[in-house]
Design a protein around this ligand. Structure first.
Ligand SMILES: Cc1cc2nc3c(=O)[nH]c(=O)nc-3n(C[C@H](O)[C@H](O)[C@H](O)COP(=O)(O)OP(=O)(O)OC[C@H]3O[C@@H](n4cnc5c(N)ncnc54)[C@H](O)[C@@H]3O)c2cc1C
Length: 386
């Protein structure tokens, strides 16, 4: 399915597709049957290749040695990486452009640039059990004590907590009537894992619950300036919501390709399954929705590159996240159905995506929260402002 993207985006698409096909995809079943883990030499090889290809620096400003790719090109890369299950594409850390706006030079040197070089890995500690989706009501606190901040609170679902060596920790500062992100090193006294539940997908990255009990960090670990509040967390949300759209498009494309191939080769009633109209309807609906999804995802990326109004972009990223993640879930459901019993086997890509894509309707803001954002934007700015 061709849609018009820039020549540069097409070139990145080819590189990312080769990486996905040659390095990652052949190891999916092995990872699935081994708790998401790959042998160390394979993981190291994948990470090395991803760094050589420049994937870890695509969103890093040129002034810091990055590639500073337009969002359209970044979407082209993540779309192809989205074709792979078991999060095998998460083999490199992502230093993102907002970090260079938010962080001090010292923080950039200590945390962000080492991520780009593959030397450090981060994780996000934002969600809490009580406020849940309502991230404006977080209860974790950061209080100044001399030259230190003292952090308290419990954070749930900290993805990659078992692999990362530092946190982005969101807290409110009651004394300053403000909130902010803080950089916190793993192993700082007072940080404890209180639970590590199993989830539906089979990923090497776990999602532990952490308790922060009087965790003392230097004042300089606060990210951003007074009054910045949730601004940087919102930048991260926009980026992630767009990339969830990109990855969901890649996943849906692979599912449609594999289900079509299966339907062409599977003989029922002495004829290929693909000749049955009920199967054709599922394929037709899937491919139509994928086309719509790709158009909107790339358009949202280009809106970012044009520098469209930030609030409009925020709503558009929510529309992409909402529609495209739900589209990919529908496509996965159709694919399982087309594969029949084979589609229920863990070694089948449709079974794995059926489980894995479900969380894209939950994390980075549930579908219901995306609808709230979109509706609020419509009510404030009208259709012309969307
Ligand atoms: C595998 C996994 C990994 C995650 N990784 C991270 C991570 O790395 N860092 C991090 O900080 N968080 C992470 N999360 C947390 C994730 O972002 C939250 O689970 C999500 O935002 C929803 O919050 P909640 O689970 O508390 O659900 P709740 O807020 O309890 O929502 C429950 C239900 O109520 C609905 N609902 C809630 N509020 C409203 C409303 N106002 N109007 C209508 N419906 C509403 C929701 O849509 C949902 O259907 C992860 C979650 C999962 C499952």
């Amino acid at each position: 399915m061709n849609i018009e993207i820039s020549r540069a985006a097409r070139s990145w698409q080819t590189k990312a597709r080769e990486f996905a096909d040659d390095y990652l995809q052949p190891h999916e079943v092995e990872a699935e049957l081994n708790d998401g883990e790959l042998p160390e030499d394979i993981s190291a090889r994948n990470k090395k290749r991803a760094l050589e290809l420049g994937f870890a620096s695509i969103d890093v400003p040129k002034a810091y040695g990055g590639l500073e790719l337009p969002m359209e090109e970044q979407v082209a890369i993540w779309e192809q990486l989205g074709r792979v299950t078991n999060a095998l594409s998460w083999c490199f850390s992502e230093a993102q452009s907002w970090m260079f706006d938010a962080c001090s030079e010292e923080q950039i040197e200590t945390y962000v640039l080492p991520m780009m070089r593959g030397e450090r890995k981060d994780c996000y500690a934002i969600t809490e059990s009580g406020p849940g989706s309502d991230v404006s009501s977080l209860e974790a606190t950061a209080e100044l004590d001399g030259n230190d901040y003292v952090l308290n609170g419990e954070k749930w679902y900290v993805t990659s907590g078992n692999l990362a060596d530092f946190f982005w920790f969101q807290a409110r500062m009651p004394e300053e009537n403000d909130e902010a992100l803080f950089l916190v090193d793993q192993g700082t006294p007072g940080i404890e894992i209180t639970a590590c539940p199993l989830f539906s997908h089979t990923y090497a990255a776990h999602h532990p619950t952490y308790r922060f009990d009087n965790v003392r960090i230097p004042r300089g670990q606060r990210v951003g300036r007074a009054g910045d509040g949730m601004a940087y967390t919102r930048s991260w949300f926009r980026h992630e919501r767009l990339m969830i759209g990109a990855r969901s498009c890649g996943a849906a494309a692979r599912l449609i390709e594999d289900a079509t191939e299966f339907a062409n080769n599977r003989i029922v009633d002495n004829a290929p399954l693909s000749e049955k109209q009920s199967i054709q309807i599922m394929l037709a609906d899937s491919v139509t929705e994928l086309w719509a999804s790709r158009l909107m995802t790339y358009e949202a990326a280009r809106a970012n590159d044009r520098g469209d109004d930030l609030k409009t972009q925020h709503a558009r990223c929510s529309m992409v996240k909402l529609y495209v993640s739900e589209m990919a879930n529908r496509v996965a459901d159709h694919a399982v159905q087309i594969f029949g019993g084979r589609g229920y086997m863990r070694e089948n890509v449709a079974e794995r995506f059926y489980r894995e894509l479900r969380v894209d309707r939950i994390w980075e803001g549930t579908s219901e929260i995306q609808r709230l954002i979109i509706a609020r934007s419509l009510l404030k700015r009208g259709l012309d402002g969307m």
